[in-house]
Design a protein around this ligand. Sequence first.
Ligand code: ATP
Ligand code: MG
Length: 262
Amino acid sequence: MEMKGFKSFANRTEIVFGEKFNCVLGPNGSGKSNILDALCFVLGKAGAKGLRVEKSSNLIYNGGKTKKPSKEGEVSIWFDNSKKEFDLYPEQEIKLTRIIRSTGQGIYKINDVVKTRTQILDLMSMANIDPDGYNIILQGDIVRLIEMTTNDRRQIVEEIAGINVYEDKKNKALRELERVDTKINEADIILVEREAYLKELKKDRDQALKFKELEERKKRNKKTLLVNNEKIHNTQISAIEEDISKNTYPNFGFNVHGKHRS
Ligand code: ATP
Ligand code: MG
């Protein structure tokens, strides 16, 4: 783990953890608990109180009495991923970084790429690490565990058993479901409106089609009427012509058209 500008660690300080037990020794007030605070911090522990400060900006190195304070506090931790404990990550090593700015703004990174807090917690849960869980026992925790009520203790047991993670996930999913339901309802209302509009449009369309068809029929009938009229006129003409030819003047040898008769 590496700390820089975090609590009492002004300069880049590296803590190398061995594979089994690790012990941090030092006089009172030398910064032993600050190391554990750094560990909880980088694992995403929420709340300033849990990291033994009033407000999160107090996590940044304050310069003591004589030195310059840091602009930001940063802690990184490297995990060996050769056994694929973080199974979604192909990398051999996972580097986790958390930075706190004096404004209180926090930044999280996985392998130097900025990520959200949720992504960090998801990554941690892959390896069963919970920064607010009880696999980390801080100074005073045991005394508190003994003194608490049975109900509170039961809650802790459930938390250790990992039940509350699923409870949280379930609640989150239920809230999501509610949101989706609302969206479906909204979509249904819009659908009903659109359907009514569609009906109107269909009515208009049917009327237009009917108009077109009638118009065509009208045109056709007009044509038939003209042809029929022509036929009647032709018959009448023929009849008249016949009449005329019957009433010609044989002496002149001409019919009404002035033509020679054969
Ligand atoms: P103990 O043995 O009493 O538990 P410890 O070794 O755990 O002591 P810590 O609590 O880790 O000591 O460190 C306390 C020291 O850290 C104090 O001297 C305090 O001034 C210093 N400290 C805490 N926060 C900051 C900060 N933001 N900037 C600089 N120094 C800080
Ligand atoms: Mg201590």
